[in-house]
Each structure stands twice: as structure tokens, then as C-alpha cells.
Design a protein around this ligand. Structure first.
Ligand code: ADP
Ligand code: MG
Length: 238
């Protein structure tokens, strides 16, 4: 069961408080989008869930277990970044399988896990290429494949489409939605793009200045924005 629970999470960098009163429970199989303007703390919150950033205060639970001090590799999560973060000197195949090899997964099992992942993302013909020989959209597919092959219970996405042109953004968005449904994972997806949030989210967490401004289904936030900020950012002014 892959719920993600944030209880009163707080984050400071030195004297700067960038996150406070962050309370959220993401349900099993839910697709939650953190939406808000640049600098509001979306990446910081996601990185704390991933274990890439220390949590200053509060509790983080994944599947009901406290994760605050758990290593990123032991959280049952996989993350996809805006800049793909592929290893340039490795082939596509090596980029996808490297993590499993390092964890000592047997070769035969790696091969059997690789096949369906490659198939579902249409990467078969690119396996021996280097990332620099791929388009941005193809590189992001490789990054998604690398995340998928870990069979995570929770998928974290940090602006995965922001570096892509509009057409690719649309098609990859559809693929991410399809993967979320077919893999039955829990997904948390960060974006500053209202359209992405509206089309992907079961629930939107609208953020402003390091806290939650409003939470609800896309319809709820669009139809009944609670504040002027929410109305301006996503909804219809009422
Ligand atoms: P977003 O992803 O919504 O654009 P971030 O989470 O990247 O926002 O940043 C939130 C705030 O935290 C910003 O004010 C940013 O400058 C600050 N911040 C992020 N990372 C650091 C860091 N390593 N040190 C100091 N301040 C940081
Ligand atoms: Mg960010």
C-alpha cells in the first residue's frame, strides 16, 4: 500500500523558512499534482519525500512507515527530473539497468524486467545509443524507463515536460497518465503549468510561499477558487 503522508512538514535553509504547515495525505493509486509559481517550494517538498533533502520538522510516512531518516533507495520511490539526469557516457540500455545492476539484481532478472519497460516506452531501437544521440522527448522516455524498472510504489515527477516543445509535451503527458493507471502506482507530479495540472491530477495541491493555498479536484479549484491567488492562478474569478 503506497500512501504518502506529510504531517506538519517544515523546511528551513539557514535562516530562511521555505516550507511550513505542510499537511497532506496522498491515497494509494492517487495522482496528486503540486502546482504553484516558481520558488513556492514544490521541488523542495518533492525532494524531501524522495529523501534528497533533509526534513527540518514534521513527519513523512510512506505506506504508513516513517521515512524521515530512511535512505532514498529504501523508500519505494522513483523520481523523474526536468533535466532527465541521464549518464552521458552510458548507452540507453546501461542508463536503464545501471541501478538494478548496482543493487545486485541477477542478469536474467534484469533482462526480463527490461523487455516490457522498453516495449511500453517504445525505446527498443535506441538501446545502444548514447543520450546525446536522442531528442529531449526520447531522453525523458529513458529517464521514465529507468524509474519504471525499479517497480516503485510511488512515482515522483519534477517538471518532467518543462524542457520539451508543446507537441512532445502533449504526447508524453498522455503516456505518463497511461503508465500511472497501468502500473497502479501512486504519483506526485510537480509543475507550474495549469493545463498539465488540470489534465493529470486526481487532486491538485496549490502552493504559495512554502505552504498549501488550496487543495481539491481540478473541478473544485477551477469552479470555486478559495482565494484571489487561486482564482488568478487556475480558476474563474468569482
Ligand atoms: P519551486 O520548485 O516551487 O520553484 P523550490 O522548492 O526550488 O521552488 O524553492 C523554494 C524556495 O527555497 C526558494 O525560495 C528557493 O530559493 C529556496 N531554496 C531552494 N533550494 C535551496 C537551497 N539549497 N538553499 C537555499 N535556498 C534554497
Ligand atoms: Mg522546482
Amino acid at each position: 500500500m503506497a500512501t504518502v503522508e506529510c504531517r506538519d512538514i517544515r523546511k528551513v535553509y539557514g535562516a530562511l523558512e521555505v516550507m511550513r504547515d505542510f499537511n497532506l495525505k496522498v491515497d494509494d493509486h492517487e495522482f496528486v499534482v503540486f502546482l504553484g509559481p516558481s520558488g513556492c517550494g514544490k521541488s523542495t517538498m518533492l525532494r524531501m519525500i524522495a529523501g534528497l533533502e533533509e526534513i527540518t520538522g514534521g513527519d513523512l510516512l510512506i505506506g504508513g512507515q516513517r521515512m524521515n531518516d530512511r535512505d532514498p533507495g529504501d523508500r519505494g520511490i522513483a523520481m523523474v527530473f526536468q533535466n532527465y539526469a541521464l549518464y552521458p557516457h552510458m548507452s540507453v540500455r546501461e542508463n536503464i539497468t545501471f541501478g538494478l545492476e548496482r543493487s545486485g539484481v541477477p542478469k536474467a532478472e534484469i533482462e526480463s524486467r527490461l523487455a516490457p519497460v522498453v516495449e511500453s516506452l517504445g525505446l527498443g531501437v535506441y538501446l545502444s545509443r548514447k543520450p546525446t544521440e536522442l531528442s529531449g522527448g526520447q531522453q525523458q522516455r529513458v529517464a521514465i524507463a529507468r524509474a519504471m524498472i525499479k517497480t516503485p510504489e510511488v512515482f515522483l515527477f519534477d517538471e518532467p515536460l518543462s524542457n520539451l516543445d508543446a507537441k512532445l509535451r502533449g504526447s508524453l503527458r498522455v503516456e505518463i497518465a497511461r503508465l500511472h493507471r497501468s502500473l497502479k502506482t501512486t504519483s506526485i507530479y510537480v509543475t507550474h503549468d495549469q493545463l498539465e495540472a488540470m489534465t493529470l491530477a486526481d487532486r491538485i495541491v496549490l502552493m504559495k510561499d512554502g505552504r498549501i493555498e488550496q487543495m481539491g479536484t481540478p473541478e473544485e479549484i477551477y469552479q470555486t477558487p478559495a482565494t484571489l491567488f487561486a482564482a488568478g492562478f487556475i480558476g474563474t474569478p468569482n
